[in-house]
Write a protein that binds this ligand. Structure first.
Ligand code: AMP
Length: 190
């Protein structure tokens, strides 16, 4: 199985690159942000609880997102592999993901980490806010909170995967196809 952690701050281009990777390698895309937004749309209790945190740019509790990933892994027993997009975001999530994959006799193959500076992230997110209507992309304070959450709670995960020799860092500024080619090269050389 090919299991990819697609990593980077909000606005780094994870969703865009995931679209290419799922097609190229026949993988299942698991984005916790997308799952949470569909829970909000459906008006579930989980969605209502998560919405308050998301609209303040704060992470939702670990157990909530771990439960979501667990059920998606169970729903797809015969997949070629998974792209984890926006997950894990904390040490606890990374450890639980390892346990869940271990139960399936598999593991994370690689972490692809997209690097983009804060100024560029803010510019991209504000533009996406206009195009998509996403509430958490429309306000610079919320965007700053999300970047802060990333810097404090999520970036340490690079060390978690670096220690396992799984971390690859890629410049996330450039044309979409240029970046996609770089990601393909890394995967093909695994
Ligand atoms: P994203 O679409 O990945 O930018 O996620 C949007 C929002 O959903 C984040 O700002 C968090 O509030 C929440 N979220 C998504 N994934 C996670 C996660 N793995 N852990 C905690 N919160 C998450």
């Amino acid at each position: 199985m090919l299991n990819i952690v697609l990593f980077g701050p909000p606005g780094a281009g994870k969703g865009t690159q995931a679209d290419f990777l799922i097609k190229n390698y026949n993988l299942i895309h698991l984005s916790t942000g997308d799952i949470l937004r569909s829970e909000i749309k459906e008006g579930t209790t989980l969605g209502l609880e998560a919405k308050k945190l998301m609209n303040n740019g704060l992470l939702v509790p670990d157990d909530v997102v771990i439960g979501m990933i667990k059920s998606q892994l169970e729903k797809n027993p015969t997949s070629n592999g998974f792209i984890f997009d926006g997950f894990p975001r904390t040490q606890k999530q990374a450890k639980e993901l390892d346990k869940l994959l271990n139960k399936k006799s598999t593991s994370i193959s690689v972490m692809l980490s997209l690097k983009v500076d804060d100024q560029e992230l803010i510019k991209r997110l504000l533009k996406r806010g206009i195009d998509s209507g996403r509430a958490d992309d429309q306000n610079e304070n919320i965007i700053t909170n999300r970047i802060n959450e990333y810097n404090i709670k999520t970036t340490p995960l690079k060390d978690y995967y670096r220690l396992q020799n799984k971390l690859h860092e890629i410049n996330g500024i450039g044309s979409v196809s240029e970046i996609a080619n770089k990601l393909n090269q890394i995967i093909d050389n695994l």
